[in-house]
Write a protein that binds this ligand. Structure first.
Ligand code: ZN
Length: 64
């Protein structure tokens, strides 16, 4: 239901999509992370610091 423009802790720009804006069923909470301009390519680890994005990006954290 939202597209959130944010950054990894290393500064890499990422885009978090939720609800109907996401094209992913990988996660139960429906969140999807993509790089801006790379529509539809799901990312799970930062390509710059290699940390899992659900740990470095609060908007992409798993919901309980
Ligand atoms: Zn990073």
């Amino acid at each position: 239901m939202a597209i959130i423009h944010t950054n990894c802790t290393c500064g890499k720009a990422v885009e978090i999509r939720t609800g109907s804006d996401a094209n992913s069923n990988y996660r139960k909470d429906g969140k999807q992370a993509v790089y801006p301009g790379e529509d539809g390519y799901c990312i799970f680890r930062c390509s710059q610091c290699l940390e899992p994005l659900h740990q470095t990006v609060p908007a992409f954290a798993h919901q309980a």
